[in-house]
Design a protein around this ligand. Structure first.
Ligand code: PLP
Length: 373
């Protein structure tokens, strides 16, 4: 099996499994308990927090553990409404559902407005329009993702955070796809809120974190316990948290090496596809300001559109689709729709990791070529 669906989830590396197994076997005390067994578990949680904070150049008090990226995004947006009493949000039509759908839900519960910033035909946010919106609406919250999980486009974070500062807006960025892939320095990048999810960087599912800049009066989204310094109730997922800290440590340790390797595979895939299928196209800004691990491919019209993902699967390749018809789902990709693609356009997302090889990329190109007749 060839696995090209790393933006959806990644393999857990053995070093992380070892750390998690040690926790499962030895740390059964409740970390809130004050006896020896509870304190042992607490130590591991706080060590993990310090490690993650230091890898992000943040303070440990700025890191709150969650069940993943979805919860963290929900927590930020809910808190902005109920605790910070924000009335206006600026976001885009290209965000992950955990942002778009949450904002849609919040409109029903609070007296808030969501303003959608325009994007260009390849999916980059229009900074002039963002500035225009910020100028007209003081004290807003900007929620824009760092890297788009479907097409890979990267946000010009420094420009956006500069504008947020200039107009007194809070800046939330869904950084799920970029944590562990770029040097994210919270002391320099002016995020007020950012989020991470361990299973995107070779850690476990069900473990994530929320970064909240010190000084922002954040209140819990999940209530009913004093865990996470009263910021997130519920007994902590100790093995998940320790596994996430280990996974992030490994990702950051070999970040540059991984980036060069994966970027090389992406460049090779794009060049090979162009050579094999001259009318191949890409969704988003595949060759410029794009996450090095994601490529969204638009197959030529003559390609058989039906059941694309199952057909790749039968050829031994796991990847994901962007369009309704080929995924078998009844809902198309809101991102590709916003970029002007029709639901029947045959698009597939290939997302790479350091465990992919040139041979696997060659096999993918062969399979795609055979589908294009
Ligand atoms: N945000 C982005 C950009 C994602 O790609 C994902 C996962 O696909 C999430 C949020 C949700 O993260 P989780 O799976 O940890 O809930």
């Amino acid at each position: 099996m060839i696995y090209f669906d790393n933006a959806a989830s990644t393999v857990i590396v053995p070093e992380v499994i070892d750390v998690m197994n040690e926790c499962h076997a030895g740390l059964y005390g409740n970390p809130s308990a004050i006896h020896t067994s509870g304190r042992k578990a607490r130590v591991v949680i706080e060590q993990s927090r310090r490690s993650i904070a230091s890898l992000l150049h943040a303070s440990p008090s700025e890191v709150i553990f969650t069940s993943g990226g979805t919860e963290a995004n929900n927590a930020v947006l809910w808190s902005c409404c109920k605790d910070l009493h924000k009335k206006d949000f600026i976001s885009s039509r290209l965000e992950h559902p955990s942002v778009i759908r949450t904002l849609e839900a919040l409109v029903k519960y609070f007296d808030i407005r969501v303003h959608y910033v325009q994007h260009d035909p390849i999916g980059h946010i229009c900074l002039d329009h963002l500035e225009e919106l910020l100028q007209g609406i003081p004290g807003t919250v900007v929620s824009l993702m760092h890297a788009n999980n479907e097409v890979g486009n990267l946000l010009p974070v420094k420009d956006v955070s500069g504008l947020c500062k200039k107009y007194g807006a809070l800046f939330h960025s869904d950084t799920v796809q970029t944590i562990g892939k770029y040097d994210i320095d919270m002391s320099k990048l002016s995020f007020d809120f950012a989020v991470g999810s361990a299973h995107k960087f070779h850690g476990p599912k069900g473990a994530g974190f929320l970064y909240v800049r010190n000084g922002i009066p954040f209140e819990p989204f999940i209530t009913g316990g004093g865990q996470e310094r009263n910021m997130r109730a519920g007994t902590e997922n100790i093995s998940g948290i320790a596994g996430m800290a280990k996974a992030l440590e490994l990702a950051v340790e070999s970040m540059e090496e991984n980036r060069l390797y994966i970027e090389g595979l992406k460049v090779f895939l794009i060049a090979s596809l162009k050579e094999a299928i001259p009318d191949i196209r890409f969704n988003g800004d595949a060759e410029q300001h794009s996450l090095y691990s994601i490529i969204n491919i638009l197959l030529p019209e003559r390609a058989d559109h039906d059941m694309l993902v199952p057909r790749f699967d039968m050829a031994g390749i796991c990847l994901s689709s962007g369009s309704a018809c080929s995924s078998g789902s009844s809902v198309g990709s809101h991102v590709l729709k916003a970029l002007g693609r029709a639901p029947e356009d045959p698009s597939v997302r290939v997302s790479l990791s350091r465990f992919n090889t040139v041979e696997e990329v060659k096999r993918l190109v062969e399979v795609i070529k055979s589908m294009c007749g």
